[in-house]
Design a protein around this ligand. Structure first.
Ligand code: SF4
Length: 336
């Protein structure tokens, strides 16, 4: 059986062209990922702003066009799908965003958002049937129609709005939900509730997630595999527990070290670490390792070309020459 989703050599470049040849930003480069059809999994794409994680989400959701590479869903290239296949893709691949309020039209009662889905995807033959589907979807996220459907968006809490978005996605019986920072705007107890809903959807309803986040602690709680992005490329990838408990890439080690205590409520301190001249590095280090300027283990060869992903066993990958077993060069430690 074909994988549920395959991303092959996905590259997204902004700018360029005749008039802007020098203003090129490589938002994502040669990104590969496979999500199997079964069992359902939660795949985390982690990185701070500018790492390419939201670009990846937008590519999968069709909000932006891929520069090169392929996104393949159930064996079919999304770029070559016919109308019917695209309709299925749009139904089966749903999104949940960071700010649910932005998704609602403030002038409509919230039931409008469900009515639109029922209508656009022709999910029900009668009003009653539609209402039963909506009720079932709300029940999955622990809500009841009578509590929320007749209200306006501003009358709901942030947590209710976010759970409604999950229910809306569930209504379409998706195979994959792209969840872009779904818990970054809710408090700790609601965060736990929404993460729990994600786990239940994975385990009880066979729905996979592409979980986009800057927060390693939540990735650690729910993620199966993880891709750590740095400036548009994968720095490290593998089983979430293995990567977070035993990081190999110097950048990822730095991030994990910046988490002061192993407390799930403590957020990843990535933003702090990455206040250096990232944009400058992105432009100047066009040929070598993107992390060169800040790496305590940098070597001369790191500037020659970007390191490939080395397989460290058990599908644990790291893009760093320290793991090039064929190399004879010893790393020369540079004092931080
Ligand atoms: Fe550091 Fe070189 Fe590894 Fe890049 S490839 S992370 S510069 S040791």
């Amino acid at each position: 059986m074909a994988p549920l989703l395959e991303i092959k050599n996905a590259t997204k470049i902004y700018g360029g062209g005749f008039f802007h040849a020098k203003n090129v930003t490589v938002a994502l480069q040669d990104f590969d990922l496979t999500i199997d059809d079964r069992p359902a999994t939660i795949t985390t794409i982690a990185g701070e702003s500018g790492s390419g994680k939201t670009t990846l989400a937008n590519l999968v959701l069709g909000f932006t066009k891929i520069t090169s590479g392929q996104i393949i869903y159930k064996g079919v290239d999304v770029g070559a799908m016919d109308k019917a296949q695209l309709m299925d893709y749009r139904r089966e691949v749903q999104a949940v965003f960071q700010d649910p309020y932005a998704v609602y039209n403030p002038f409509y009662r919230v039931k409008h958002i469900f009515d639109m889905v029922l209508k656009n995807f022709k999910l029900a033959r009668t009003k009653e049937e539609g209402r039963a589907l909506v009720e079932a979807a709300l029940n999955v996220v622990g809500m009841r129609g009578e509590e929320v459907l007749e209200k306006y968006p501003h009358q709901l809490s942030g947590g209710q709005r976010q759970r409604m978005m999950v229910a809306r996605a569930y209504l379409l019986k998706p195979k994959l939900i792209v969840a872009d920072e779904p818990v970054s705007m809710v408090d700790a107890s609601l965060r736990a509730m929404i993460l729990d809903i994600m786990l239940r959807l994975r385990d009880e309803h066979n729905i996979s997630f592409l979980y986009i986040t800057h927060d390693l602690s939540t990735a650690y709680q729910i993620g199966d595999q993880i891709y750590m992005l740095y400036q548009g490329a994968v720095a490290e990838a593998g089983n979430t527990t293995r990567v977070i408990e035993n990081p190999k890439h110097p950048y990822v080690q730095l991030l994990i070290d910046s988490i002061p205590v192993p407390d799930p409520d403590v957020k990843w301190g990535g933003e702090e670490v990455l206040t250096l001249d990232d944009e400058q590095m992105r432009v100047s280090t066009t040929s070598g390792c993107r992390f060169y300027g800040r790496c305590p283990y940098r070597m001369d060869r790191c500037l020659e070309q970007a390191p490939p992903l080395y397989d460290l066993g058990n599908n644990h990958l790291a893009a760093c020459y320290l793991y090039d077993m064929a190399a004879e060069q010893e790393p020369s430690h540079v004092a931080a």
